[in-house]
Design a protein around this ligand. Sequence first.
Ligand SMILES: NC(=O)c1ccc[n+]([C@@H]2O[C@H](COP(=O)([O-])OP(=O)(O)OC[C@H]3O[C@@H](n4cnc5c(N)ncnc54)[C@H](OP(=O)(O)O)[C@@H]3O)[C@@H](O)[C@H]2O)c1
Length: 281
Amino acid sequence: MTILVTGATGNVGRTVVTQLLATGADVRATSRNPETAGLPVDVRAADLENPESFSQALDGVEQVFLFPSPAGAQGFVDLAEAKGVKRIVLLSSQAAAHEYYGDSPMRVMHLLVEQVLEKSSVEWTFLRPGGFATNTLMWAQSIKESGRVHVPYAESNTNSIHEGDIAAVAVKALLEDGHVGKAYELTGPESLTQRRQIELISAATGREIEVVDQQGDEARAALKAQFGAYATDQVIDTMLSFYQDTMGKPADLATGVDEVLGRPGRTFAEWARDHKADFTA
Ligand SMILES: NC(=O)c1ccc[n+]([C@@H]2O[C@H](COP(=O)([O-])OP(=O)(O)OC[C@H]3O[C@@H](n4cnc5c(N)ncnc54)[C@H](OP(=O)(O)O)[C@@H]3O)[C@@H](O)[C@H]2O)c1
């Protein structure tokens, strides 16, 4: 039984590979650039936007961890069915679960892939995480270079999740029965402001970090500069509304991690310790 991990070079996919290997599973991975993937498994070249590129990679595969790529999703699932794949665990998003996100791309793109799977004959499980703790890695360069970081709406609240917990839920859903047809909302175990997250990175690294809080047009310009071509005005608007709506109000916490893993999610303090090298090396 081979398990295929797509998006295997990403924060979550790489951790899924590591955790699956620890269970003794037979793991194969894909990347658009297998030669630089740096993974300890058989890595095949494939691009989700060109589903036919998975023709070889899906040979003998029973389960798939699927990175969400709306372009090509239908073709990928059709091919997976034809190849005899039984189960697909999708990395989706909490945005798929909440109308709050309206028709923003981060909701629409994940819903589209979910709908393709719902209409298929494969067993599916959706992982719907909120914000990843790894998003704070965007502060690493500035912290390393200057000991200072610019943060849009530093007092906004987050429920950041450790990628190791998303991966652990994925592994359970891939290997155990009982998760088929479930959509798990996944967050970290605590609501923290971004300012508090930086304090915890500071504690983990032993380095003082100055926070420069940004609001309004300054925050918009900073997000534009940060996300560039990836972020349309609509995406920036959604991000700004989200920051503003979570000021002075604790972030909602979901129960999926506890439900599936039987333990609370890992804290941001733990995440910061795990990633100390990213903020110091
Ligand atoms: N960040 C958040 O707060 C958040 C919250 C909820 C959901 N999400 C979801 O999680 C995703 C990010 O996950 P991550 O952090 O693990 O990834 P990541 O570190 O951003 O890495 C991106 C991964 O996507 C793969 N990829 C991109 N385009 C591809 C394509 N056309 N075909 C095949 N693979 C492709 C890349 O593979 P190669 O380059 O090796 O081909 C790489 O493994 C987001 O895109 C979103 O869908 C994120």
